[in-house]
Every structure is written in structure tokens, then in C-alpha cells.
Design a protein around this ligand. Structure first.
Ligand code: TMP
Length: 220
């Protein structure tokens, strides 16, 4: 029996619990004997993490044109795909990624108004056409998203990053975009209410993963 690596992405608005749930899912899969890596976008490689800093915090990134922003996200994605995701999947390791191409479609497309077909084509170039086997969308209303960001930043003594500082209507478009994408790609995407208790979300994620891979996660 060959263990085939699966590619799972977590998507959702700010503060929806993606990183927490990605880590929890990885622990459960590992406990079941699977090889698993967790990575993130932007980031996940040395160059990707440097790009992340420009996109989020470095003053060099302030006021950059939308096209530059898009290509930086895609540049980070291309490195992650080439050097981390593809090699891992090829050797049967499961890959869990905190954000992926849908984030570009939603933030730069629905949020910033950039042409969606152009974004899909850039996504395809960066990913070499690879698509997740499963995308879990943790949905969250914008009010709750803002509340969580405020709490997180005040506890950690950090400040809102460049995207988090966008206005309410931007974040409304992002949330709506995610729901549209999930409906359009319903074979790949599954929506879970991210406002629920973290343990409840964890169980829901586990159940989706088991259902999706048919309880036969060791099978070819
Ligand atoms: P996060 O990983 O902490 O959620 O931060 C990543 C930020 O970058 C978040 O605001 C969403 C944004 N983003 C995009 O706008 N486009 C993208 O393609 C990706 C991957 C993230």
C-alpha cells in the first residue's frame, strides 16, 4: 500500500483560525502515522519569508502598485511550489498550506478589483498547474474578524499589517469572494464556520478530511 501525499489548503479571512487549525490537523495526521509538513503563504521558503516581510511590514512595501503586490505573492508561491510543495508531494508527504492561490484570487481580485482571469493565469504559472486536493474555507464575519485581530495584536503587542489595515468594504469583498469561490469550486472547497469554538472546528476539519479521503487515507 502506497501512502500518497495529499495537498490541503486552509483559506479564510483574517483571524479565522487557519494557522491554528492547520497545526491541529497536522498533529492528528502525524499521530495516524502520516508524513506531514505545514507551510504558509506568503512565505514557507527563505525568499518567500523575505517577500512576506515586504508585503506585510517593511515600509518599502507601502504604496506599491497592485501589479507589484500580485507578482510578489506569485513569486513567493512559485518558490514554495518548486522547492517545498512539489518535492514533498512527490515523496508521499502530505502538505498543509496556510493560504494558497485562492487568497490571490480573493484579495487581489475581489478585494483590489484586479482582473480575475489574469490572476488565475498567474496562479497557474506559479503553481505549475497544481491544485489542492482539498481546500477548507474557515468563514468569518468581518466584525468578528476585526475583533479577533484587535485582541491578537493587543495581546502580542503587534500592529495591524498592510492588508489588515484595509477598510471594512475591502474585507467584506474578501469574505464574499471566498464564499463565491467555494461555491464555484465546490468539488474542492469545504466551508466551516470559523466563529465556532476551536475544538469544534478541529473536529469538523477532521471529519471533512476523513470523508474527503474516504477513510482510506493509506490507499492508492
Ligand atoms: P496571514 O498569513 O497572516 O493571513 O497574512 C497574509 C496576508 O496576505 C493576508 O492579509 C492575506 C494576504 N494575501 C494576499 O493578499 N494575497 C495572497 O495571495 C496571499 C497568499 C495572502
Amino acid at each position: 500500500m502506497t501512502k500518497i501525499g495529499k495537498f490541503i489548503t486552509f483559506e479564510g479571512p483574517e483571524g479565522s483560525g487557519k494557522s491554528t487549525q492547520a497545526a491541529k490537523l497536522a498533529e492528528r495526521l502525524k499521530a495516524d502515522g502520516f508524513e506531514v509538513i505545514v507551510t504558509r503563504e506568503p512565505g514557507g521558503t527563505a525568499v518567500g519569508e523575505a517577500i512576506r516581510n515586504i508585503l506585510q511590514h517593511d515600509s518599502a512595501g507601502e504604496g506599491m502598485p497592485a501589479s507589484t503586490e500580485i507578482l510578489l505573492f506569485e513569486a513567493s508561491r512559485a518558490a514554495l511550489m518548486e522547492t517545498v510543495i512539489k518535492p514533498a508531494l512527490d515523496k508521499g508527504t502530505w502538505v498543509i498550506c496556510d493560504r494558497f492561490s485562492d487568497s490571490t484570487t480573493v484579495y487581489q481580485g475581489y478585494g483590489r478589483g484586479y482582473d480575475i482571469d489574469t490572476l488565475l493565469s498567474l496562479n497557474e504559472t506559479a503553481t505549475q498547474g497544481a491544485e489542492p486536493d482539498l481546500t477548507i474555507l474557515l468563514d468569518l464575519e468581518v466584525d468578528e474578524s476585526f475583533k479577533r485581530l484587535e485582541k491578537r495584536n493587543s495581546e502580542a503587542g503587534t500592529e495591524l499589517d498592510r492588508m489588515e489595515r484595509e477598510d471594512r468594504s475591502f474585507h467584506e469583498r474578501v469574505r464574499g469572494g471566498y464564499l463565491e469561490i467555494a461555491a464555484k469550486f465546490h468539488g474542492r472547497c469545504y466551508i466551516i464556520d470559523g466563529s465556532l469554538d476551536s475544538d469544534v472546528v478541529e473536529e469538523a476539519v477532521w471529519s471533512v478530511v476523513n470523508d474527503r479521503f474516504n477513510g482510506g487515507m493509506n490507499e492508492d
